[in-house]
Each structure stands twice: as C-alpha cells, then as structure tokens.
Design a protein around this ligand. Structure first.
Ligand code: SAH
Ligand code: SF4
Length: 396
C-alpha cells in the first residue's frame, strides 16, 4: 500500500498518471491530506466514488502510531511515535505568542555521536521515511486542531481556495483547517532526533511538502533545517530545496569541535564556514543561525567567545546559545547563567545577534538533546571513519 503521506506533488502526479487519471487529482489529494488533514481516502469526497475505491485499493493515509502524548507545564507538547522494531522518535510542539513551532525528527537515533547529545548516545537505527517525517506535522496539526488550538498569528494565509473541478460529489464536509482558517503550526524546525542531511532524499521530499502551497504552504523562512555540518549535503540542499539553515557549531576551533562534534574530523570548520557562505546565495534568509550548546568549563570561556567572533567574521549569522540539557549518564554540566550572559555579551559587543534559547518542556524531557526514544540498535554505526589517532574523546 502506498502511503499518501509519502508523496510530494510529483509523486502524486505519477501515481495518478499510472492510474490513467488527470494531473489535477494530485493537487486535490494534497489539499485533502495536508490541508483538510483527511485520515482516510474515503473522506476525499470530491473524488468520484469509483475513483476513491480505485485509489483505496492501492493507497492509504497512514499517520504515525502514537505511544504517548504529554503536555508540559509551559504548554510544550511531546508525542512519542512508534517507528517499529522497538524504536520511537519524538515530535515536540512549542507554542509561543506569535507562532506555533513543531520540532521534528528525521532519523531513529543518529550515527554522528556528538559528545553532549542523548540521541547520539543511543546509536543509529534507521532513516525515517518521508511519510514518517511529514506524518509528524500532519499528526500534530490534527491533534492540536482537535483540541481547538489554532495559529496565534492573525496575518496567516487564508484557507485554501476551492479545489479545481468539483465533480458533483457530496458536499465537502467542513474540515478543521477550513473551520478555523489557520493551522496551528506556523514553523517547522528539523531539530529533533537525527541528522536530517544524513537522510537527504526523504528529508528533501518532506521539505517540499511543507512548503508546497497545495499542502502546508509554509514559507521557506519558517522551515529550518539544523545540521551538524555535512558539507556536501549543505551544497546539495541549496540546489534541492533551500530553507532556513541552522548549523551546530558548538566550538570555536577544530581541536575542540573534533571532540564535541566528531563529524568535524571529516569536514573541519574552514570547509563548514565556506559551505555556509555558499548556502547563503540560495537561502531564503540572509543569515545562518549558529547553534552553540553551553557546556560548563568546556566551550564557554570569554576567550572562546572572542575566538568565535573571529571565526565567523565572514559569515552573516546569528547565534543561538543553548543551555546544555543534561541527561542520565552525561559528564557535561550546563554553564552557569552568568557565564552564558557574559558569552552573549562578548558576541553582542562584536555586533553579533545572540539569543539564549529558553528551555522548553524540560519537565517532560522535551528539551533539545533530551529526546530519548528507545533505540535498540546500539551498534553506533558511523557515517564516517574516525581518525584512529583522535585525541581522547569526551564521548566515552
Ligand atoms: N542533528 C542535527 C539536528 C538535531 S539536534 C544537529 O545536530 O544540528 C538540534 C540541536 O540540539 C543541535 O544544535 C544539537 O547540537 C543540540 N543538542 C544536542 N544535544 C543537546 C543537549 N543535551 N543540550 C542542548 N542542546 C543539545
Ligand atoms: Fe546527531 Fe545532532 Fe545529536 Fe549530533 S547533535 S548526535 S548530529 S542528533
């Protein structure tokens, strides 16, 4: 069975072409699945009954299986989603005054093994499919709308226009989106479990659905992909589907970054920053966001802030300082508040915008790097070979 959540406009067009159907069926289907958030082919009532039956014989709309659904005291809501074989991934909804952000996962586990990341500590199990990635947004919108939660933003796009030919089928039922006019999720960040650029094709297809006006219609500027720095894939993303880019920097020099973010041994800082500059020629925003996790006594010294200023001199950027979120078994500690503020001040004095990320949802382990679906394959398969002579890693 084809899962309709797996297909972008091109994939749907091919599906309908193979069935001998007109291309506009693809657009109709995108509307039903991603705007009206239909859960069943049978609900797509402006397709003739015959066509619905034909479609239902080969295709379905299969959303994620929800293991748990938890809301934190600050309104952050986390869904733990079953991806089979004892593995789970998480999607986290973060409500703010002017937006609703969904943080989504791209892999079950992660092979990159960053020293301070609980996902990395679990090892890698497998890439998520496009359906599993898109399904997180589909499910979250449905669940929030069912609770009467709509976008807080008033200037959001109006409901989708009426679809092309209504074939006289039953009147379209009022769908949640149509009733409320605004989907609750206005921003997507690929900052959950996994390294999105290590699952390139499935992630790009999902991004395509997120920004398609016939599907979620999110602005490219409101879709952010965070990467630990897979340089060739950053260049490919610029061509395939440029969205806002966040890069996990975490260190001002190669020696430290080699330890904290081991992929740096393959793509060192000079190459990474050059890739960021190239990306900006295609990006929907005119800056890259650098994420920098604040680790007590490791990367938070004033001299390191000054070195960082020098490092990024030629890259238009903003900084997002992330207080380290501890998890069981980690040897790292969160930098003291004063230390983070001093670090921020040094960046600001050099003219760099640096925000300190508010920790959200930490009472339900939904904060960055705390996402902890059970990943049973702990083989720690790596995407690259670690130099045998690497300095003592902090990760083991
Ligand atoms: N794999 C991608 C995206 C997922 S992680 C990446 O690494 O960029 C999203 C962000 O959370 C990254 O910047 C990551 O370095 C950071 N992070 C990981 N573990 C963390 C922790 N324990 N505390 C705070 N931030 C963490
Ligand atoms: Fe993977 Fe990102 Fe965690 Fe590193 S920080 S292990 S790349 S999920």
């Amino acid at each position: 069975m084809t899962n309709l959540l797996d297909l972008d406009a091109g994939g749907l067009a091919a599906l309908f072409a193979a069935m001998g159907e007109k291309p506009f069926r693809a657009k109709q289907t995108l509307h039903w699945v991603h705007q009206r958030l239909a859960g069943d082919v049978a609900a797509m009532t402006d397709l003739s009954k015959v066509l619905r039956e034909k479609l239902a014989a080969t295709a379905e709309i299969r959303g994620p299986a929800v293991i748990s659904d938890t809301t934190a005291s600050d309104g952050t809501r986390k869904w733990l989603l079953d991806v089979g074989a004892g593995n789970a991934v998480e999607a986290v909804y973060i409500p703010e005054d002017d937006r609703g952000t969904l943080c989504i996962s791209s892999q079950a586990g992660c092979a990159l093994d960053c020293a301070f990341c609980s996902t990395g500590k679990q090892g890698f199990n497998r890439n998520l499919t496009t359906a599993e990635i898109v399904g997180q947004l589909w499910h979250a919108n449905r669940a929030l709308l069912a609770d009467g939660i709509v976008s807080p933003r008033s200037e959001l796009r109006s409901p989708p226009p009426e679809e092309a030919p209504d074939l006289g089928a039953a009147r379209r039922p009022a769908a949640p989106w149509v009733e409320h006019g605004r989907a609750p999720i206005t921003n997507v960040v690929m900052m959950g479990m996994g390294e999105p650029l290590a699952n390139f094709d499935a992630v790009v297809r999902a991004l395509t659905v997120f920004i398609d006006d016939n599907a979620y219609g999110l602005s490219r500027r409101r879709v952010t992909l965070s990467t630990s720095g897979l340089v060739p894939a950053i260049d490919r993303l610029a061509e395939a589907c440029p969205v806002a880019l966040a890069v996990s920097l975490h260190a001002p020099d190669d020696a430290l970054r080699d330890r904290l973010v081991p992929i740096n041994q393959k793509y060192p800082l000079a190459e990474l920053l050059a890739a960021c500059r190239r990306y900006l020629a295609h990006a929907p925003r005119d800056f890259v966001t650098f994420e920098y996790v604040m680790l007590d006594g490791v990367n938070d010294a004033p001299a390191q802030a000054r070195a960082l200023v020098e490092l990024v001199r030629d890259v238009p950027c903003k900084f997002n300082l992330i207080p380290f979120n501890p998890f069981p078994g980690t040897e790292f500690r969160t930098s003291a508040r004063a230390r983070i503020l001093a670090f921020q001040r040094t960046l600001a004095d050099a003219g760099l915008v640096a925000t300190i990320r508010r920790t959200r949802g930490d009472d339900i382990d939904a904060a960055c790097g705390q996402l902890a679906g059970r990943v049973h394959d702990r083989t720690k398969r790596r995407l690259f070979r670690v130099r045998p002579a690497a300095p003592a890693s902090t990760s083991h």
